[in-house]
Structures are given as C-alpha cells and as structure tokens.
Ligand binder design. Structure first.
Ligand code: SF4
Ligand code: MG
Length: 318
C-alpha cells in the first residue's frame, strides 16, 4: 500500500504561501501553509497511508519525503527531529494511542520535556506543571483532572487528551485521520470546532482525513477525493460541493445525507470497492462508474484542470 505515492514531499515552516505538501505520481496533492485540506475516500483507498507518509510515520516504499524541499531521510538529526515534531497526527481512537499506565500530565508532558520544549524557570517542576496545564486548557480540558488516567475519561475527553499531547510539541501541521469518526455527532461538532479554533489561535495547517464528506465540508478550504490510491478530484471545498466533476465524487455526494445518518454514506455506491492491491485497469473506478466507456478500461485518466483550482481525472473531460 505504501507504493501508492512514489514521491511524497512536504515543506514545513517558512511563511511563503507556496510552502507545500506534495505527493506526486499516483498521488499529487498540494497543501499551502495555513490551509485545511480535506482528504476523502472510502476505507482502504490509501488515505491513511498517505497521511502517515505526510506525518513522517511511514516512509514511502518508493520515493522520498521532502522537508522544505529537502529529503527528510538525509537531514541532520536535529532538523529531522524538528521536521517530525512539526507534523503531528491525531488518530480515530485516542484510547489506543494513549498509554493506559500513564497519567494525563505524563502523557501530555513527556514529549515536550524530552525535547526541551518546556521553558526553564527557577522551579522546573512548576514550569512543567504550568506547561501541561496550558496544553490541557487549549484542548478544552480542566487541568484539575490531570492526575487521572485515560480510562477515567469519556471518548471526547480522550480525544482532547490526544490533541493536548500533539499541541504540546508545538506542531505547525496536524494530520487528523478520522479524528471524529468514533465520536457521537454532538461531540464531533465540539471537536471540529476545537480544531478550527486552534487553527486560528496557532496558525495551524491541517490535512483532515475522513470517509465522510459531510465532516470535511465545514472545515476544509480544499477537498481532495481519493479512490484506490489516486486523487481523482481536487478543488476548493465550495466548488466540490457545488460542481463536482468526477463521477465518483458525484456518487459520494449523492449518498451523503447532508445532516444526519451519515453512516450510510458509502454503502449504496454500485459494487464493492475493489482491492487496492489489485486495482482495476485504466480508470480504477470503471467497474462502478455509470458513465464508463471502452477507453476507461484501457487508459488511466490524468488529473487535469476543469476550472481554476479544480482538477479532475476523468475521460469525460476529453
Ligand atoms: Fe467513469 Fe471513465 Fe470517468 Fe473513470 S474515466 S470516472 S470510468 S467516465
Ligand atoms: Mg484509515
């Protein structure tokens, strides 16, 4: 699955608008600093893999990850560490990623302590406590509960602990992989609002991965639609929802109840999602596409501009 991107590069830090995250070949995606990009697709389409590559957790099997234009694998250790810290990942199940034997203050404070991010005052213990408290407050948690363990919190609170832990290393970029998928709808809204508040407060950039177009609609500047390892459409969010070009995106939109009952979203598209290990020839979507033509079985369509800032990969566009 890691083969889906031959070259994943991302630039972090800096201030230019063209600081980018780019994954090319099968995947080609650009994220400007300060932007929120929603990455949407059915489970198994490769979006988590792409997210892990961007976050530096998983190296691409074939290609390189670039940091400010330089191969992350060849950076000096201190820069490689800084690059890795500056991109943090938020997962669907925070419980699985929170050590159950550690208290919340230890979970949140460990990485910044190890990496020397906690300002040293006269009283190191006090500085540590203050630092942890500030991260918890930022994530909407009461520091009064910081001596408790993860199992003593609700799902939404545990996600906030995971967010506090990520913020504690002062990231510039959050990769959120189905970060609200396991939460009740009302809690989802709270966590999504928190992400948006943090964006403003901390000038964060996001790659927001979700199977749910309805979730990304409200927070994304741009949306990329992924199908079996390829980006098939990419556009400003309002453009995707108003003028979807790709038949797969159109099918997704038709299935998404705009308000409730989102769980049904992906079940009614014709046919099963094929194995990403052995994808269909040509356009991967052809066995499920109502508009498939003979060429679609033969030739993979390239992403091409259909409007300013709007690209789609479909032979219907000529
Ligand atoms: Fe459908 Fe062909 Fe377009 Fe693929 S390229 S989405 S099969 S019309
Ligand atoms: Mg996934």
């Amino acid at each position: 699955a890691a083969k889906l991107a031959r070259r994943v590069s991302h630039a972090m830090g800096g201030t230019a608008k063209n600081d980018v995250v780019r994954a090319v070949d099968n995947v080609d995606l650009t994220i400007s600093k300060g932007e929120v990009v929603g990455l949407v697709g059915e489970s198994g389409c490769g979006k988590s893999t792409l997210g892990r590559m961007v976050a530096g957790i998983m190296p691409p099997s074939d290609g390189t990850v670039l940091w400010q234009g330089r191969d992350i694998a060849t950076l000096p250790p201190d820069q490689a560490r800084a690059a890795k810290l500056s991109v943090q990942m938020i997962f669907q199940d925070p419980y699985a990623s929170l050590n159950p034997r550690l208290r919340v203050d230890e979970i949140v404070g460990e990485a910044p302590r190890v990496h020397g991010l906690i300002p040293r005052g006269n009283n190191g213990r006090r500085a540590f406590e203050d630092y942890v408290d500030a991260q918890l407050r930022r994530a909407g948690l009461d520091p009064a509960y910081k001596r408790r363990y993860p199992h003593q919190f609700s799902g939404g609170q545990r996600q906030r602990i995971g967010i506090a832990r990520a913020l504690a290393v002062q990231p510039e970029f959050l990769v959120c992989d189905e970060a609200v998928a396991a939460l009740d709808v009302s809690i989802q809204a709270q966590i999504l609002n928190l992400f948006m508040d943090l964006r403003t407060e901390l000038d964060l950039t996001y790659l927001f991965i979700s199977h749910d177009l309805g979730v990304v609609e409200h927070l994304s500047d741009r949306v990329a639609i992924m199908y079996l390892g390829r980006i098939v459409e990419e556009a400003p969010a309002e453009e995707i929802f108003a003028r979807a070009n790709h038949p797969y995106t159109q099918a997704l939109l038709a299935e998404v109840p705009r308000v409730e009952a989102r769980k049904r979203a992906f079940t009614a598209i014709k046919g099963e999602i094929p194995s990403p290990l052995n994808p269909p020839s040509g356009c991967h979507f052809h066995p499920r596409c109502p508009h498939a033509m003979p060429i679609c079985r033969e030739v993979a369509p390239k992403l091409q501009a259909v409007a300013p800032g709007h690209r789609s990969a479909c032979h219907l566009n000529g």
